[in-house]
Design a protein around this ligand. Structure first.
Ligand SMILES: [Zn+2]
Length: 226
């Protein structure tokens, strides 16, 4: 599904019963795939992407992981091994993946991914040919989670920081409730967000809906989350 005329596409996982993230594709000179999801669902996703955008897997310049949880990044190693796509995540998340986070793959019944993190994401601008995205370090759900903002198109991609009427769990290894709240507050204060694309569930479309969703989340937080 395309978001407006932005060249940003969202793919919700097929209804297989697997816990798998949404995937975002950003078209342009340097094409990016964000959170490619579970490896065994990749063939379905690949067909959907090609049918809608005509982008082939080898066209991607980066596979950008909002965080290292298996349901978001499992297919990254396949993209790297088979198509030479560079995988990217924050340094904090790479350290987590190689340490405590490793066990989450076993927990989900998956093999630890064979690939490498070829590019480190830092907070600040990420230049992609004809566009500049902004990376924000937003820990809480995991130590090195990031959100990706495209100010020109007013789109914010949040991984598992926030969802429609909810926010990411903090009970997994590396989770931190106070950091999560701080990260949500930071993202709520951004200008230029008319669309929020979370890592799971529906997108939040329209400035009014985005503001309402942050109000709902803060209500839940105030009612005893901390
Ligand atoms: Zn997650």
């Amino acid at each position: 599904m395309q978001i407006g005329k932005s060249g940003v596409y969202v793919y919700y996982p097929p209804p297989t019963g697997d816990v798998c993230s949404n995937t975002v594709v950003i078209d342009g000179k340097e094409k990016v795939i964000i959170d490619p999801g579970l490896r065994h669902l990749w063939p379905i996703l690949e067909r959907s992407i090609e049918a809608e955008t005509r982008i082939a897997p080898g066209d991607f310049y980066l596979a950008l992981h909002t965080h290292s949880h298996p349901d978001h990044m499992d297919a990254g190693a396949l993209l790297e091994d088979r198509y030479g796509v560079t995988q990217a995540m924050s340094a904090e998340e790479k350290d987590f993946l190689e340490g405590e986070g490793r066990s989450l793959f076993r927990w989900m019944g998956l093999d630890y991914p064979s690939g490498t993190v070829g590019r480190i994401l830092k907070e600040g601008p990420l230049e992609l040919g004809d566009k500049v995205l902004q990376i924000y370090l937003t820990p809480g759900h995991s130590p090195g989670s990031v959100c990706i903002h495209w100010p020109e198109e007013k789109i914010l991609i949040t991984g598992d920081l926030i969802f429609a009427r909810g926010f990411g769990r903090v009970d997994l290894a590396g989770g931190d409730a106070r950091e999560l709240v701080g990260s949500i507050e930071r993202m709520a204060s951004l200008d230029n967000v008319d669309t929020v694309i979370p890592g799971h569930g529906p997108s939040i479309i329209g400035r009014g809906q985005v503001e309402k969703n942050f109000r709902t989340i803060f209500d839940v937080l105030r009612n005893g989350f901390l």
